[in-house]
Write a protein that binds this ligand. Structure first.
Ligand code: 4AD
Ligand code: MG
Length: 477
């Protein structure tokens, strides 16, 4: 018999037809009722074993976690909460699971515990729901751009350039750490390394992406990026996935508009295509909220938050306006912020971003025109000589979800900035060439994929929205 996915079986009209399902046992009650899940949906198939139809020996092997193949008649279910059930005629144990040793018992486990068994947490409702939503979001990213005529460019993962000029990169080398070749001064000689130079894992595909935007028009990247910052937070990973669109002839205003439309499209896509998983995650988030003090609970449920973001324009606000609001805010006056805002030019901390989004405007905010000294070298310099055409999109509960800018397309200005910041002009030769040969105004941004998944699933730790999180001190699995 051909196996049919449980998602499809549950939608089938039960007429006593014979079907085969394969999956993993969630629970087995009364030596009769098997809840079977195959990952195709959050919902389980109830498979009913008729008394005396299988041997005692087989019956004992139907345990939580075991993998089964069941064949039987699909009939209307007399039980509440399900339309169909399977009357088992044949049952085969494909993989035993010792009930005493299987770490996932049919009860609530903490997320911390589940992180330690990340190879099995995929078999829980929460993680399978998160991963199905993650898949849907990845698909929607490609659909959004493809429908708008953007081209998907695969930028390199190993690179010799540091896009952000921010350091914090993972080195890639094949040299023997115990006995590396040395030059006359006794320094490690990377000329003898695999690529004949120092190389790293990329922190962003942007700079390479720009070269393709100024050839194909609208492009995007979607790939893994790596940052060796020692950030032990619920919003940082050392390996995360980033989507970076880059558009020729876009100014900062066009860029902000695209960022809003993109995020709203993704959220709407989730609402329309992941309804069952979002129902489940919504309930889960509500239960988690119950354990928080009243004043820390969010005013809207997960699904209401998603609808709100999909349907309302984001607030656009210059950095200078934001500083004014923050300076005069209650938490600043009452010295409740850990970092007090007293002058123009300071970098905003997540407490400030969250105040603007969650308390002041109560909606997503796009901040733009940041001081040039706190932003990257490639951002377009404004006429005031103080600010650059940068933008950050800030989301409730998340903080920064997107960072981007209009790029400096004027050769002289860009070179001057590169030198002011002591960046290696020589290594950036190809990036600077772009401004010598047919330069054009252009813009782009980067969306942190896991931060998007945090927002859409209502999970609160970024380590729980990627299969195998990489963070300081952890590269298990
Ligand atoms: O603001 P960032 O550093 O911007 C760039 O990398 C630009 N090159 C993007 C561009 O203009 N093409 O990173 C972009 C986004 C952030 O807004 C955040 O959502 C996410 O990437 N991000 C991280 N996500 C998880 N873990 C980390 N350590 C992250 N660092 C940044
Ligand atoms: Mg940023």
């Amino acid at each position: 018999m051909k196996r049919i996915k449980i998602k499809e079986i549950l939608l089938t009209k039960p007429e006593g037809q014979t079907v085969t399902a394969k999956g993993w046992v969630r629970t087995f009650r009364n030596n009769q009722f098997i809840s079977l899940n195959d990952g195709s949906t959050i919902n389980n198939l109830q498979a009913v074993v008729e008394l005396n139809s299988i041997t005692d020996e087989t019956l004992k092997r139907i345990t939580t976690g075991a993998c089964l193949s069941v064949t039987g008649e699909l009939i209307p279910s007399p039980a509440k909460g399900q339309a169909v059930e399977l009357k088992v005629k044949e049952l085969e144990i494909l993989g035993d699971s010792d009930a005493e040793k299987f770490p996932l018992q049919p009860k609530k486990h903490s997320l911390e515990f589940l992180r330690e068994i990340a190879h099995l947490r995929s078999r829980t409702n929460t993680f399978s729901a998160v991963m199905r939503v993650r898949h849907a979001m990845a698909f929607a990213v490609h659909k959004f751009f493809n429908d708008r005529g953007f081209f998907y460019i695969h930028t390199p993962i190993i690179t010799g350039s540091d896009a952000e000029g921010a350091g914090a990169m993972f080195r890639v080398t094949t040299l023997d750490p115990n006995n590396p070749p040395r030059d006359e001064q006794g320094k490690v000689n990377f000329k003898e390394d695999f690529f004949g130079r120092e190389t790293n894992l990329t922190v962003s595909g942007q700079l390479e992406g720009e070269t393709y935007a100024l050839a194909l028009g609208d492009i995007y990247t979607f790939g893994p990026t790596f940052r060796a910052e020692n950030s032990n937070t619920t919003r940082h990973l050392a390996e995360f996935w980033m989507i970076e669109p880059e558009m020729a002839f876009y100014d900062i205003g066009d860029n902000m508009q695209l960022a809003q439309e993109f995020l709203q499209y993704l959220v709407r896509y989730a609402l329309e295509n992941c309804a069952e998983d979002l129902e489940f995650l919504n309930k889960r988030a509500l239960e988690e909220e119950q354990s928080k003090p009243q004043d820390q609970r969010s005013e809207l449920s997960l699904i209401d938050r998603l609808k709100f973001v999909a349907d309302n324009d984001f607030q656009r606000l210059s950095y200078t306006e934001a500083i004014d609001i923050l300076k005069n805010s209650n938490p600043n006056k009452k010295k409740k912020f850990q970092y007090l805002i007293d002058e123009w030019g300071v970098d905003l901390q997540s407490e400030h971003e969250r105040y603007l989004v969650e308390k002041h405007f109560k909606k997503p905010v796009i901040l733009y025109n940041y001081p040039k000294d706190i932003k990257a070298f490639y951002m377009r310099q404004n006429d005031d000589n103080k600010t650059v055409a940068a933008m950050d999109v800030l989301f409730p509960g998340i903080g920064e979800i997107i960072g981007g800018s209009q790029r400096e397309e004027r050769y002289e200005r860009l070179v001057k900035r590169v030198n002011e910041l002591n960046l290696p002009e020589k290594e950036l030769w190809w990036y600077l060439d772009l401004r010598k040969f047919g330069s054009a105004p252009h813009s782009g941004f980067g969306l942190g994929f896991e931060r998007l998944i945090l927002f859409v699933t209502g999970m609160t730790n970024i380590r729980d929205v990627i299969a195998y999180p990489r963070f300081p001190g952890n590269a298990e699995f």
